[in-house]
Write a protein that binds this ligand. Structure first.
Ligand code: HEC
Length: 269
């Protein structure tokens, strides 16, 4: 069977069987809903919670996160998120915002983050996790700045190359890759327009808006959550937070999105 046909059939089943005829209408509905928010984004409240956490003395060491270096110096948040993932000499790894945050909570504050590592995202209707609020706050400190994910260290270039390979790697019961859903322009699955993420234009349209407030979930979600949820749609095993595959995929998207203006936290359907 033709892969596109197979894809549409499976996705119709997966996503509730609505015909694509209603897609435009549903999309308009979300556009309208988004317009109703105007300049307000409920993510602002989550940013404020994140700011409080950032400044709070926490953990057995009773320290703030001010000593955490996201690549632009200890405690420097302005523009830091726009340059992540990147290589960190102190850990010898390419890290993204979430893995770096957990590293700092552990090493600087002495917090036990094993529970957060296992359940990094809030359940529907539950308060946001510390990781989500801190991510929203830190990402917001890059608003208006250009995405500039570095490619100077060998491991950063490796992460990009491995991310590209993963993007095109077909696996799982449906033999899907990320590219199956995200490598053509103008494609959509029911409500959702599918960005073409293997081009600079498509990556730019998406990357700078994460983390984002998801109207349908009433919560801020991070880009690692987005990766994990798409892997779930791909029917792959659960994505481990801060794993190499997650960071490689984010690097792949971020490098292509070079120059896009950061607008996170964004607002999504
Ligand atoms: C089965 C189809 C499918 C596969 C496979 C898939 N995605 Fe997605 N992806 C979607 C859908 C549908 C959305 C939009 C979801 C929404 O609007 O709620 C999406 C959204 C996204 C977005 C966010 C776009 C935005 O709004 O900014 C990113 C980034 C993304 N996917 C990356 C990936 C990556 C990386 C992979 C491979 C690991 C992947 N996707 C695999 C269906 C898929």
């Amino acid at each position: 069977m033709n892969i596109q046909l197979k894809l549409s059939l499976i996705l119709c089943l997966l996503l509730g069987g609505a015909s694509t005829a209603s897609a435009e209408g549903d999309d308009d509905m979300f556009a309208e809903y988004r317009a109703m928010f105007g300049d307000d984004n409920p993510a602002e409240l989550v940013e404020m919670q994140g700011e409080e956490l950032w400044n709070a003395e926490r953990g057995p060491k009773k320290t703030t996160l001010a000593g955490c270096d996201f690549g632009r110096g200890a405690g420097v948040l302005a523009g830091a998120y726009a340059q992540l993932p990147r290589y960190f000499a102190d850990t010898g790894q390419v890290m993204d915002l979430e893995s770096r945050l957990l590293h700092c909570m552990e090493s600087i504050q002495g917090l036990d983050v094993s529970a957060l590592r296992k359940h990094p995202y809030s359940e529907q209707g539950q308060p946001q996790t510390d990781l989500e609020s801190l991510s929203a706050y830190i990402a917001a400190q890059s608003r208006g700045m250009p995405v500039a994910v570095p490619q100077s260290h060998e491991l950063e270039r490796q992460a990009f190359a491995d991310g590209a390979r993963m993007f095109n790697f077909r696996a799982g019961p449906h033999d899907f890759s990320c590219a199956t859903c995200h490598s053509q322009s103008g494609k959509r699955i029911r409500l959702q327009a599918l960005p073409q993420l293997n081009t600079p234009e498509g990556a730019r349209s998406s990357f700078g808006s994460w983390p984002a407030y998801r109207i349908s979930q009433g919560a801020v979600r991070t880009i690692e959550w987005r990766m994990a949820d798409c892997m779930r749609q791909q029917r792959l095993p659960g994505l481990v937070l801060g794993s190499k595959v997650a960071i490689d995929l984010i690097t792949y998207l971020g490098v292509q999105a070079k120059g896009a203006e950061m607008s996170a936290p964004g607002l999504k359907r």
